[in-house]
Design a protein around this ligand. Structure first.
Ligand code: AMP
Length: 394
């Protein structure tokens, strides 16, 4: 059966059409820069690779163009929209209402809308994607897969902030967590690979957004992102952990407005703030040429990861495997090497030769004597969404 996976963001829509349960990608594509005259449309099927620059004003327009591609007489892959059995939507914030993948109805949409207050950049476009897909694929079942669902198992001691209790009980201020679909997907692969009945795993998702999750026997017990996707590791343009006093100082002594501080910490900080670029490829290249800011930013980045590895190993009282995933985790041998450096006391020993090998498969990069397995596992959030949709509907 054909399952369409949609990830509808603030200015982009990504999609993959999969034949399930074969897990075969039929085609994929995306629309970027929605709202601009020079929006970019990509469509990929076998050896057909389309890239066009076209004006796309709205999400509705973007998704309609993509739907037309699917049914296109030559390039298309389906006869009409009824051939799509289900549409799986990535929804970033499901709060505490959704611990599972859920068939979408009016009440579910209301809840997604309710959580827009907590994820203003993500939930509104996610919801819009759902409403457009309902019109474009009227016979398909619409299913929501929540990034936050994977964290519903976390114990309260890891979810609650040390602020007065009513903020937790009445205002729902707590750790929700993000990247759950990716952490779930790669940790399940790792558990299968380890072949053990019990397991303690740290999953390290390093992309534009970065996060780590401590996972015991397949369920999450701690996670580095928090109430919003801003805590924890140093990211492309987000600072990660920061003393909140800095925010007050910026506002009270340096005269920044709240909105400016929000922009500063989310859009102008992290690797971008430290080096002028948010793309690790550029930063690594400049570091090799001797750029001191880039060298320091890479060191700081890896150091932050190391501290979380130590913290989570302590929290779980042991560690069987580390997983590196997403753009940086899968591709940067440098960050992996620095994050695993001098960790022998935790039983973590990286094989420097294996670390340099590049494949698109799960691979083990620890030495033979390492007590902890170090795994590089390509993430596949779309496949995970399709699998969860299939599981729900079968
Ligand atoms: P993602 O959000 O998972 O697509 O990851 C995007 C990030 O992956 C970008 O910021 C790049 O810096 C990083 N990345 C992708 N390929 C490489 C590579 N070969 N080496 C280092 N970083 C990479």
């Amino acid at each position: 059966m054909k399952i369409l996976v949609l990830n509808s963001g603030s200015s982009s829509i990504k999609f993959k059409l999969l034949e399930m349960p074969l897990e075969k990608i039929i085609c994929s594509g995306m629309v970027e820069r929605i709202g601009y005259e020079d929006a970019i449309l990509r469509f990929k099927k076998d050896d057909i690779n389309v890239q066009e620059t076209v004006p796309i004003k709205t999400h509705r327009e973007g998704l309609s163009i993509l739907a037309n591609y699917l049914t296109h007489p030559q390039k298309g892959v389906i006869k009409n929209s009824n051939d799509i059995y289900a549409v799986g939507h990535r929804v970033v914030h499901g709060g505490d209402s959704f611990a599972e993948t859920t068939l979408i109805n009016g009440a579910v949409k209301n809840e997604i809308n309710y959580y827009s207050a907590l994820a203003p950049l993500h939930n509104p476009p996610n919801l819009e994607g759902i409403e457009i897909a309902e019109k474009l694929f009227p016979t398909a079942k619409q299913v929501a897969v929540f990034d936050t669902a994977f964290y519903q198992t976390m114990p309260i001691k890891a979810r609650k902030y040390a602020i007065p209790n009513t903020f937790y009980t009445e205002d729902n201020i707590k750790v929700y967590g993000f990247h759950g679909t990716s952490h779930k997907y790669v940790s399940e692969k790792a558990i299968k690979y380890l072949g053990k009945e019990t397991s303690k795993i740290i999953s390290i998702h390093l992309g534009n957004g970065c996060s780590m999750t401590a996972i015991v026997n397949g369920t999450s017990v701690d996670h580095s992102l928090g109430f919003a996707p801003s805590n924890g590791l140093i990211m492309g343009s987000r600072s990660g952990d920061i003393d909140h006093s800095v925010i007050f100082y910026l506002a009270e002594s340096l005269g920044y407005s709240l909105n400016e501080i929000k922009q500063l910490l989310n859009k102008k900080s992290g690797m971008l703030g430290l080096t002028g670029s948010s793309d690790l490829r550029d930063i690594q290249a400049k570091a090799e040429e001797g750029d001191k800011n880039c060298q320091l930013a890479i060191d700081m980045n890896a150091y932050r990861i190391k501290k979380y590895i130590g913290g989570y190993a302590a929290a779980m009282n042991g560690l069987d495997a580390l997983i590196f995933t997403a753009g940086i985790g899968e591709n940067s041998s440098l960050i992996r090497r620095l994050a695993c450096l001098d960790m022998d006391y935790l039983g973590i020993q990286l094989d420097l030769v294996k670390n340099e090998k590049q494949t698109n498969e799960l691979r083990e990069i620890n030495t033979d004597s390492s007590q902890v397995k170090i795994l590089v596992i390509p993430t596949n959030e779309e496949l995970e969404i399709a699998k969860q949709v299939l599981e729900l509907l079968s």
